[in-house]
Write a protein that binds this ligand. Structure first.
Ligand SMILES: Cc1ncc(COP(=O)(O)O)c(C=O)c1O
Length: 415
């Protein structure tokens, strides 16, 4: 037992930390741009759900977008071995030459376009490619077209640099692919960047080859860059992956974003990459030098093994996500007020909940607080996400069935 005086002193220290915000006479003066920076609600819901768990509540976690599988053992071994061999120092800002080469081969093979390693920049996760592309290419007042509902970091970063966000609404009746006529009408002389994401977060929509050709036709020969976020490229259940990068005339106008987080269950390793024309790659590398210096060296050694080694875990994870998707979508469609299309890629389901009569955010909060199911409001992905919820199926079938049962019970009682 601690003596009472020590406990009291500890209490005073804890109180001081708790009230630290008020403990200074110096007002926190943030740069005005910070008021324009958004966030990713998944992390907030996760911390709220964890707080409820600490109070003894049981929560099924379907909020966060990460595979529940472990990183494949051959990749872990390569990382551990790399640490033992001393891959613990700074490396080149654009990435280790072996990894850039492996990525160049992989992208050439999977996208059907020749890529060389000077077109590859390795960064800590897929996100920095969004951050750096927008920082490098977009000025105040420029326009950026991006999917809505869509990954929230696009809109956050567009606002952050003082550009104009131009959302293209993804509609359920079009299986969440953009209407090309509407898309064409949004392009003008101020458009500097178009963001595509397929397979898509949060809807699970996959752009068909025809859709992508139509989009390319709408862009024509304008000098507009395309950021093609293909982080879920290995998680397609129906249809073939296709990148705008492979359309003649588009390679030099495309920044391909891909990475290791989703494909190899490596979210915590922080490793992703961009493929782009070499002159732009040099500027991205400068942004890396200014921000991170380099991506962690030993993780890059593991990255080479991930790309070149046995791929059976990727196939296994995809088959498992597909099985869970089928069960979960069927279950959602049996719940009063819910209707859900079959997502064709990624590991999300995006049911329409308008018939429940509840706004999305209110319903997501109620499901967490009262039913013990953590999910995200469609509005976490932009205004056009109203009327939807996002559930990740990156959880066991047992937990997914438990979530369905809890939601069913809640709706029966409350709607
Ligand atoms: C569409 C999309 N792009 C990029 C990312 C970022 O991935 P990473 O964790 O590798 O930074 C995510 C992560 O959820 C995503 O959903």
């Amino acid at each position: 037992m601690f003596p009472a005086a020590k406990v009291a002193a500890l209490g005073r220290i804890m109180h001081r930390f708790a009230t630290m915000e008020n403990a200074t006479q110096y007002e926190l003066r943030l740069a005005s741009r910070m008021s324009r920076l958004g966030t990713e609600t998944a992390f907030e819901v996760l911390s709220k759900a964890r707080a409820l768990e600490r109070q003894g509540r049981s929560i099924v976690h379907l909020e966060i977008g990460e595979p529940d599988f472990d990183t494949p053992p051959n990749v872990v071994e390569a990382g551990v071995e790399a640490l033992r061999k001393g891959w613990t120092h700074y490396g080149p800002s654009a990435g280790q030459p072996e990894l850039r080469q492996a990525i160049a081969h992989y992208v050439s093979r999977t996208r059907g376009v020749p890529v060389t390693s000077d077109e590859v920049v390795v960064v800590p996760g897929g996100k920095p490619i969004i951050f750096f592309s927008i920082l490098a290419l977009i000025d105040v007042g420029d326009e950026v077209i991006y999917p809505n509902p869509g990954f929230p970091i696009y809109e956050s970063m567009i606002n952050y640099v003082g550009a104009r966000p131009v959302p293209i609404q993804l509609r359920e009746e079009r299986d969440f692919s953009p209407d090309v006529n509407q898309f064409a009408s949004l392009i003008n002389d101020r458009t500097r960047l178009i963001i595509l994401n397929s397979p898509q977060n949060p809807t699970g929509g996959v752009l068909s080859k025809e859709d992508i050709h139509d989009i390319a036709d709408a862009i024509g020969d304008r000098n507009i860059m395309v950021l093609s976020d293909e982080i879920y490229s290995r998680l397609i259940f129906e249809g073939e992956p296709f990148s705008i990068m492979s359309i003649p005339g588009f390679k030099e106008r495309t920044i391909l974003l891909d990475g290791f987080s989703k494909t190899y269950a490596m979210t915590g390793w922080r490793m992703g990459y961009g493929v782009m024309r070499p002159d732009l790659a040099a500027h991205m590398t400068r942004l890396m030098t200014n921000s991170n210096s380099c991506t962690a060296s030993f993780t890059q050694v593991a990255g080479v093994e991930a790309l070149n080694g046995d791929q059976s875990s990727v196939d296994h994870m995809r088959a498992e996500f597909r099985r869970r998707r089928d069960v979960f979508v069927a279950g959602l469609n049996r719940i009063q007020g819910f209707s859900c299309r079959m997502p064709r890629g990624a590991f999300y389901t995006f049911p329409n909940i308008t018939k429940t009569g509840c706004p999305s955010k209110k319903l997501a909060n109620a499901l967490l607080d009262e039913a013990g199911v953590a999910c995200l409001s469609g509005t976490s992905f932009g205004d056009f996400g109203e009327g939807y919820l996002r559930f990740s199926v990156a959880n066991s079938l047992e937990n997914l069935n438990e979530a369905l049962q809890r939601i069913r019970q809640w709706t029966t009682k409350n709607l």
